[in-house]
Design a binder for this molecule. Structure first.
Ligand SMILES: [Zn+2]
Length: 259
């Protein structure tokens, strides 16, 4: 069984540390900064076997080259469609990889939209999805398109309900604020907000999440819900086509008026 823990970085990033209790081998996901990773590896006497990268943004790859220099045997996996420093293996949708040292097998899911070549790693009931799906939210559209991000999120929403979702940022509390603008009467959303406030007041992380909870509370996955469509149409001031158009309106609404 894989052990997963968070290494906090910058203001609100999480670098995920994966390790095998049996072998002592470990891997990290999206090391935007090498310092907190090196500190943790030294404290726990871990040998870095792999670095998994979801996309090209600096706060996800900034520590890759330094970690590779310090652990030359660590294998760097990253999306084929983006420039990733020190990459050993380019991965793309449909690939399967076995993480060196950990023995776990991940399917590569192409999930463009936040960036043009973003990938997610899925296996063992775990999903590492970078800046595509957040707890109660989703990434912004930078170098991909709204249509791509909508399709990618629908794909992630269709994963098994108990899939554990490891996203790369602690944005949940703010995301829930927007989600309540969209669906003020969603009871599960109201409950989730209370739990998240409690966790944050104690300084605890609110991730990982699970797919079932995202389906119930994340407006960006709920674009077929009548209440979500109605809210998006109110904001847009016109009828919207189902699916991608509702998604685009929600994403623009949040970008322009919320954060
Ligand atoms: Zn990003």
């Amino acid at each position: 069984m894989l052990d997963v823990s968070a290494i906090p970085a910058f203001d609100d990033n999480y670098i995920w540390l994966l390790r095998s209790p049996e072998s002592g081998a470990c891997a990290v996901v999206d090391p935007g900064d090498e310092d907190p990773v090196l500190e943790r590896l030294a404290a726990e006497r871990l040998d870095l076997g792999a670095i998994l990268v979801t996309h090209k943004h600096r706060d996800h790859v900034g520590g890759v080259a330094a970690l590779k220099a310090r652990f030359p045997r660590a294998r760097v996996l990253g999306p084929a469609g983006e420039p990733i420093p020190a990459r050993d293996e380019a991965v793309q949708d449909g690939d399967e990889v076995v993480v060196p040292g950990l023995g776990v097998r991940f399917a590569i899911l192409g999930v463009p939209g936040h960036t043009e070549g973003h990938v997610a790693y899925f296996g063992e009931g775990l999903l590492f999805c970078g800046d595509t799906l957040f707890a109660a939210g989703c990434g912004r559209v930078f170098s991909g398109t709204h249509e791509q991000l909508h399709a990618s999120l629908q794909r992630l929403a269709a994963l098994p309900a108990d899939t554990v979702v490891y996203c790369a940022h602690e944005y949940t509390e703010a995301n829930l604020g927007f989600a309540k603008w969209v669906e003020p009467d969603n009871v599960e959303l109201i409950c989730r907000e209370a739990e998240v406030r409690h966790a944050r007041s104690r300084g605890e992380p609110t991730v990982p999440s699970v797919i079932a909870l995202e389906r119930a509370t994340n407006p960006f996955l709920r674009v077929a819900e009548p209440a979500v469509i109605a809210a998006a149409e109110r904001w847009a001031g016109r009828p919207l086509q189902r699916g991608a158009e509702v998604f685009r309106a929600l994403r623009r609404w949040k970008d322009r008026d919320y954060d």
